[in-house]
Design a protein around this ligand. Structure first.
Ligand SMILES: [Zn+2]
Length: 119
């Protein structure tokens, strides 16, 4: 398992790392030992806060880009959203474009992160 976070400020990288680790547990991905998640905190196109793509055409290696030009809650929620897409692809299990699940889960998972006070 590789979790690698680059860009942004140190506290943002810290938060991103904790959020990704939490999502891996929560979404049941911890048994996929070969999973690689590369998070890049960087500017993204104007119409979005982040995106996720698989690297090397593999459903084990993912790049998640997200901007830090959003408040902390949205920063975490964007990452949670993209991690739901990672889960969908890693398990080859989604409906439609997968957005419905991602949008419907992102809020409650982010609330849980806040309640558990892990950041
Ligand atoms: Zn999405």
């Amino acid at each position: 398992m590789i979790i690698n976070v680059k860009g942004g400020k140190k506290f943002e990288r810290n938060i991103a790392e904790k959020t990704v680790s939490w999502c891996i547990q929560k979404l049941g991905l911890s048994r996929i030992r070969t999973l690689e998640i590369y998070v890049l905190i960087e500017p993204v196109p104007d119409d979005c806060y982040g995106y996720c793509e698989n690297k090397k055409g593999s459903n084990r290696s993912f790049k998640i880009a997200l901007t830090n030009k959003q408040n902390l809650r949205y920063f975490v929620m964007t990452l949670v959203h993209e991690m739901i897409h990672v889960k969908q692809e890693a398990r080859v299990d989604w409906t439609g474009d997968g957005e419905e699940e991602a949008w419907s889960l992102q809020e409650e998972l982010t609330d849980e992160i806040w309640k558990e006070n892990i950041l």
